[in-house]
Design a protein around this ligand. Structure first.
Ligand code: WQD
Length: 344
């Protein structure tokens, strides 16, 4: 039987590459579109090392409407698209709002127009818990109010969801699922793929592993005066492989027409809150390394605490996280050592 074909935009990136591995291992044919703005082509080689199959990698920008249309037309029957490709640095987006709106929204609009032209029925969209801002009630479920975005990056996720919702409602043949990630961390157990932030990491776990490796002098803990048990911020950290598997179940739900409406939203998290200091302790426990960190002032834009109510995804997608925080930290560390070994 012909393999179902899935286009993964941003498929050489952090979550995109892990999702590509899980799709291939689940029997899908994967074609990656990536402009390599924040990743490298050799990720496709490492996906081959893991799965024994090298996905086709088309290197171009989704903002190039004509190129996108002609490429998708050349691919024959496509069963679905998983859309990761976007700029995603919260802090950078505050300084460069127009770049974020143009890149993240124009690429999505081009993709949706191409889906209509090429008859591609299914879309899974990479969204974020950032749409909730600081929820009034925790854990946060999908019916929690979307709050005014704290950054242009977060706003592109909110607007992106609305564009997809309205397009699916107006277009008979398009149905979509938005996956609202909490905080993805860790790396593939092979240590061949993982998170590789450009320049100074914004996110906590890559900053921890780079500090432990000696690339950064110390980790700054942004505040311990929050209204939380140990004073540091709380997040819902989920392993990137668990997150990747959720994309496979979501795209199968659409391909098999098991979706209950033309636009569905799911929170993807563990359902457990973990503080920054607890995350540091987990890393120290699994690696035996005493991390050099200092408590400093709060980071502008940080919310105090958020963790998911993942029960809808548990029930409807038959998906739940399985990896522990310690396992996530262990894989993050193994990946850091792998990616640095030739660069020391
Ligand atoms: C986590 C906690 C920081 C770095 C963002 C986006 C979200 C998603 C994940 C893309 C916070 C603290 C961090 C450091 C620290 N991105 N921290 N020292 O801000 O929860 O979420 O990244 O989809 O959309 O909003 O993640 O890892 O930056 O921060 O103390 O050097 O770690 O204050 O409490 P965040 P993060």
């Amino acid at each position: 039987m012909m393999k179902k074909k899935i286009i993964v935009t941003g498929g050489t990136g952090y979550i995109g590459s892990h999702t590509t591995v899980e799709l291939i291992e689940d029997g899908f044919e994967v074609v990656i579109i990536d402009n390599l703005y924040n990743s490298e082509a050799e990720v496709a080689d490492r996906i081959f090392q893991i799965t024994g199959i090298r996905p086709l990698l088309a290197v171009f920008d989704l903002c190039d409407r004509e190129k996108l249309q002609s490429f998708l037309q050349s691919q024959g029957n496509i069963d679905g698209i998983i859309h990761f490709a976007a700029y995603k640095a919260v802090g950078e987006s505050v300084n460069k709002p127009l770049e974020y709106y143009r890149n993240n929204l124009l690429s999505l609009i081009n993709l949706l127009e191409a889906m209509k032209t090429c008859g591609i029925p299914n879309l899974v969209f990479s969204s974020s818990c950032t749409v909730y801002g600081q929820p009034a009630k925790l854990p946060v479920a999908e019916d929690a109010p979307v709050q005014p975005a704290m950054s242009p990056y977060g706003n592109t996720k909110q607007i992106g969801e609305e564009i997809i919702r309205d397009t699916a409602a107006a277009t008979e043949k398009i149905k979509a699922i938005a996956l609202r990630y909490f905080n993805p961390i860790g790396a593939h157990p092979s240590a061949l793929i993982g998170e590789l932030p450009r320049g100074v990491p914004e996110n906590l776990v890559p900053y921890i592993t780079q500090t432990a490796y000696g690339l950064r002098k110390e980790l700054k803990v942004f505040g311990n005066d929050y209204n939380t048990p140990d004073g540091s911020c709380i997040r819902d950290y989920l392993h990137v492989v668990d997150l990747a598997k959720a994309h496979v179940t979501a795209v199968k739900r659409l391909v098999e027409n098991k979706n209950k409406s033309d636009y569905e939203v799911f929170n993807l998290g563990t359902g457990m809150g973990v503080s920054v200091l607890e995350a540091i302790k987990s890393f120290e426990r699994v690696t035996g390394i005493n991390l050099n960190y200092q408590i400093t002032g709060r980071r502008a834009g940080d919310i105090e605490k958020i963790w998911a109510d993942p029960s809808l995804a548990n029930r409807e997608l038959g998906w739940r996280t399985v990896s522990t925080l310690d396992e996530s930290m262990k894989t993050a560390w193994e990946w850091e050592k792998y990616i640095r070994k030739d660069k020391k």
